[in-house]
Design a protein around this ligand. Structure first.
Ligand code: G6P
Length: 611
């Protein structure tokens, strides 16, 4: 993962770079560093620290870096431990400095070749070879841009790179292959970053580089060549999300802010997509109609939380549309032989639009004979959006907390819209569609009601803080909701959490149930409620402690070994969206009680742009 930034300006850049790193910290936070060229002495000065960006900030506070050309990095370790010597930027002989996001797969033979030439390495990273390769070519008299071009031609793997040369006061070389990179366009200054968010404090105009692009970023100009070496003109796009989206506001953590934003986010994803009684198909793009008319099956691919959204969509698509829908995690799908059904729509779901496995699966799919590729994504201009035939943006705004919350609910809404437009071609009646459209319109207000349970959930969370294990149960489309609840709890509170379809309880997990293993149940008032109640009795009979999020009409009371929180009644198909919220709040409060780093849980990163 990792986040990279670069700046070339007529003013000091270290503050801009530092702010950029803070905004990119969601991408990795085990070490950070910055290299700035000081025009006074013509040298590149570099400061690196293990730990979070705050450590680097403190070091820079003691000893500021001066200069108007610089690059910086926040790291999520792949090669080499998260120690200062492995932090980026990596330098070669004080002349070349490199920051990198990605993995260089052939770094070992390249490194061995350099060692044979007498080069000494200071880190265990794959990245350092890049600095030395460029430096080696400069030594041979090759011009800096050409040296970078020749170097990247030697690299296998994934990279977003920013490279500076001490002898080039007006140039940052930027390259992209397999990892995201944008160029921020200012007036008399330019920037690069892994994500536009990082540079919103200085510009809202961005160029999104394509795979294989190599850019020369100067004070007054940006020129880009594609992988064939031909000059390309990319459109400069205005970033559309509100600038305050990266501000924590009144909240202690981004995660809480993002949980609380969900009613507004649901409104945003519905905005312009609903007519009075039906979904507006144009939202999917001009070519959508011709494609949707032919869809006979759907293959969904995603990772992490987005995968759970896809699992729920499978229930919706098979129930509402009545066509086969398969779902698989991208990292499995891409490495096995699969069978493509005729007229099958390939559907990716991703918050970032940059997840390496999902992107790779999309690229495979494009060769595999699918009818078309649709992505449900939160980041306009991201790789998945650009490489798919159709896209539906989730409009959730930037999500900073590593544990995904509002992105998930917005994906669910977008997926339900997708199921409706497909369903219309396969027998959903206008009445059914209108009923669901009304249910969606009511949803923001119902989400507000659920969010008002926050303090009750906070009280409940106290019973979890000393536990080491937990079990989440659901049936039907509530099973993936339980999976998402378990994922949230494990991600941020580090409590081991497993989710099971409630009917599977007696086939194994029941053996684990005792007072020390809280069992969380999502119990809407649907056709499976009676069966779920029987499962709950199986838990109670073994002395287990139940925490149930239930429909007002479910007829469940508080009692010995059972703590029930009532939720408003919703349309059964919309239920998964509503029932997700209390599980998010529960994880949040447990994590706060445990004192973990809620927004940046250990070992994780938000945008996983490596395999
Ligand atoms: C990481 C994040 C998760 C996210 C997953 C997939 O693991 O921490 O929150 O669900 O990647 O990311 P995507 O951007 O493709 O939804």
């Amino acid at each position: 993962m990792c986040g990279i930034v670069g700046a070339i300006a007529q003013r000091q850049v270290s503050g801009i770079l530092l702010e950029g790193l803070k905004r990119l910290e969601y991408r990795g936070y085990d070490s950070a560093g910055m290299a700035v060229r000081d025009q006074a002495d013509g040298q590149i000065h570099c400061t690196r620290r293990s730990g979070k960006v705050a450590e680097l900030e403190a070091a820079l506070g003691q000893q500021p870096l001066q200069g108007s050309l610089g690059i910086a990095h926040t790291r999520w370790a792949t090669h080499g431990k998260p120690e200062e010597r492995n932090a980026h930027p990596h330098l070669a002989d004080g002349r070349v400095a490199v920051v990198h996001n990605g993995i260089i797969e052939n770094f070992e033979p390249l490194k061995n070749g350099l060692i044979a030439k007498g080069v000494e390495f200071a880190s265990d990273t794959d990245t350092e070879v890049i600095a030395h390769l460029v430096h080696d070519k400069l030594n041979q008299g090759v011009e800096f841009p050409e040296a970078v071009k020749q170097t990247i031609a030697q690299l296998d793997g994934a990279y977003a790179l920013a490279i500076i040369d001490q002898q080039q006061p007006d140039l940052i070389m930027a390259a992209r292959m397999g990892s995201p990179l944008v160029i921020g366009i200012g007036i008399g200054e330019n920037f690069i970053a892994s994500d536009p968010l990082a540079m919103l404090q200085v510009t809202d105009q961005f160029i999104y580089l394509d795979e294989g692009d190599l850019a020369e970023v100067r004070l007054e100009s940006v020129s880009v060549r594609n992988r064939a070496g031909e000059p390309v003109e990319h459109e400069v796009l205005r970033y559309e999300h509100g600038q305050d989206a990266t501000d924590k506001g009144e909240y202690r953590h981004y995660m809480m802010k993002e949980i609380m934003e969900q009613p507004a986010v649901v409104e945003a994803v519905l905005e312009g997509r609903l007519g009075k009684e039906a979904v507006l198909e144009q939202a999917f793009g001009a070519e959508a109609k011709a494609i949707f008319d032919r869809v006979q099956s759907v293959q969904i691919i995603a990772c992490g939380t987005s995968y759970h959204a896809g699992m729920i969509a499978k229930y919706w698509i098979e129930e509402l549309v009545g066509i086969p829908c398969q779902i698989e995690v991208a990292s499995e799908y891409r490495y096995r032989k699969t069978v493509v059904l005729p007229n099958s729509l390939f559907l990716t779901i991703s918050q970032s639009g940059e997840t390496a496995d999902t992107l790779a699966a999309l690229r495979e799919a494009k060769e595999a004979g699918f009818l078309a590729c649709l992505t449900i994504c939160n980041v306009p201009g991201s790789s998945l959006v650009r490489e798919s035939d159709l896209s539906l943006m989730t409009n959730a705004g930037p999500e900073i907390g590593v544990a995904s919350t509002k992105a998930f609910t917005s994906q669910l809404v977008a997926l339900l819209l997708t199921a409706l437009v497909l369903g219309r071609r396969h027998g959903i009646s206008a009445e059914q569609e209108s009923e669901l459209v009304s249910a969606l319109k009511r949803l923001p207000q119902q989400l507000e009601q659920v969010l008002s349970l926050d303090s009750a959930i906070e009280t409940l969370s106290q019973r979890f803080a000393d536990k080491n294990h937990s079990l989440f149960l659901g049936r039907g489309a509530m099973y993936p909701v339980a999976m998402e609840g378990a994922l949230k709890l494990k991600e941020i509170s580090y409590i081991h959490a497993e989710a099971y379809p409630a009917g599977e309880l007696k086939h194994g997990p029941l053996a684990l149930v005792d007072k020390e293993m809280p069992v969380i149940v999502v119990a809407p008032n649907n056709s499976l409620l009676e069966k779920l109640k029987a499962n709950m009795q199986e838990v109670q009979a073994r002395g287990g402690e139940l925490y149930v999020f239930a429909d007002q009409a479910a007829g469940l009371d508080n009692g010995e070994g059972i703590h029930t929180l009532e939720l408003p009644h919703v349309h059964s198909l919309v239920g998964p969206i509503l029932y997700t919220i209390p599980l998010q709040l529960l994880s949040y409060h447990v994590a706060v009680l445990k004192g973990t780093d809620v927004d940046q849980p250990r070992n994780l990163a938000k945008s996983v742009t490596v395999e």
